[in-house]
Design a protein around this ligand. Structure first.
Ligand code: SF4
Ligand code: SF4
Length: 384
């Protein structure tokens, strides 16, 4: 029987994954002001996790990543422990190199949990908004997180990075927050911008100024920080039309027992019952997926294959008509939180994406200039 062909050239029969995200619960103990996630109270039972892992494990690449996401995943710490123990049993022959990661607000981290994360060499992505923490996240949590970071950094096998989100109202705290996080010794910083509340022209100007201030301080500190700690500013993308990677080499198991191509999908579709797009992009409940995985995978991937920049548009034009399309990278799900439709990019997102790209170019060029200058000085010193 001939295999269905997909527009993107994805081979539908080849299910091989380098990343698997598990949302053990979508409950959260914080109520961050910009969070669009519905506060739900679902928990994955461990039998659903283990039967999914029985299917996924043989399809994991030799080096692979198991990610725990929420809600707040540490509310389900007991289940995390059981999931890791189950995976270790499946992997007793050590045929896979499994890297574990977790995204957490940090509030539930205890000595016992830190020890567990250290034993299993977790990558820990700590949600921390710097000086905006007590405004956007939980009031009073700033002091706790600031005192927690050195404790995490003492654990040599935990790799720590932070994830900060700024809004149009808190963006004025961006540059001093980055300076604080660097001072605390965090080696990698992720920055995101919430689409709510709306970005006014003046808040966009403030954002530009803040990013320029960060750039200047990075360049001035070049001799001390030869690596730029702002992760998004250093990511390199080949010039090509960007396509969503969901399902291609990653899957996610949501707290309601459904399988998705990426953990962002259940977050976006939560509460949109009856939305036909939801059915289109979902691989279904674990039991029905496991009944006929090849056919369901092929069908769902043919829908996801359409999620490329060449199919997206802003209210002003189709992205395919844009001269910047080959260097533009927009996550369709993140964009849909503000445009309210997958494939549509709001003007605000388009403008912010362009601005970030320009700032990234300035920063990388500034660093490159410093690097060349230092190279020339070393050469001159060696010759003298
Ligand atoms: S583009 Fe967005 S939805 Fe697609 S895989 Fe990346 S993060 Fe997930
Ligand atoms: S810059 Fe805007 S219009 Fe151009 S490809 Fe990106 S999102 Fe589309």
């Amino acid at each position: 029987m001939s295999e269905p062909s997909l527009k993107s050239g994805i081979h539908p029969q080849r299910m091989e994954f380098s990343k698997f995200t598990i949302i053990l619960t979508d409950r959260c103990n914080f109520h961050c002001s910009y969070c669009s996630q519905r506060i739900a109270k679902r928990w994955l039972d461990i039998s659903t996790v283990t039967k999914t892992l029985d299917f996924i494990y043989p399809r994991l690449t030799r080096t692979c990543h198991i990610n725990f996401y929420g809600g707040e995943p540490l509310l389900a710490f007991d289940r995390i422990r059981k999931t890791v123990a189950y995976l270790e049993r499946l992997n007793r022959q050590r045929t896979r190199k499994i890297h574990y990661s977790i995204s957490t607000n940090g509030s539930l981290l205890t000595e016992e949990i830190l020890q567990f994360l250290d034993e299993h060499a977790f990558f820990l992505l700590l949600s921390f908004d710097g000086w905006a923490q007590d405004i956007s996240r939980k009031k009073g949590s700033f002091d706790f997180i600031v005192s927690l970071i050195p404790e995490i950094l003492k654990r040599r096998r935990i790799s720590l990075e932070t994830n900060s989100v700024f809004t149009s109202e808190t963006v004025g705290h961006l540059s001093k927050s980055i300076r604080l996080i660097i001072r605390l010794g965090v080696p990698g910083i992720h920055i995101g911008f919430s689409s709510q509340p709306r970005w006014t022209p003046s808040s966009l100007i403030r954002m530009k100024k803040e990013i320029a201030a960060v750039r200047t301080s990075f360049i001035e500190a070049y001799e001390r920080i030869t690596d730029i700690p702002w992760v998004e500013m250093t990511k390199k993308y080949n010039k090509a039309i960007y396509r969503c990677d969901a399902g291609r080499d990653q899957l996610a198991l949501a707290a309601d027992g459904k399988i998705w191509g990426c953990f962002l999908f259940p977050h976006y579709f939560d509460g949109r019952n009856g939305d036909r797009e939801r059915e289109k992009y979902c691989f279904g409940k674990v039991d029905s997926f496991l009944h006929d995985p090849e056919a369901i995978y092929a069908r769902t991937m043919s829908a996801i294959a359409g999620l490329g920049m060449d199919n997206f548009s802003t209210p002003e034009r189709h992205c395919v008509m844009c001269e910047e399309i080959e260097s533009c990278w927009v996550c369709p799900i993140a964009a849909a939180f503000s445009s309210r439709a997958i494939g549509k990019i709001s003007l605000q997102t388009c403008r912010m994406t362009r601005m970030m790209r320009r700032e990234k170019d300035f920063l990388l060029k500034g660093f490159e200039k410093k690097r060349r200058g230092r190279g020339a000085r070393i050469k001159a010193a060696g010759l003298s």
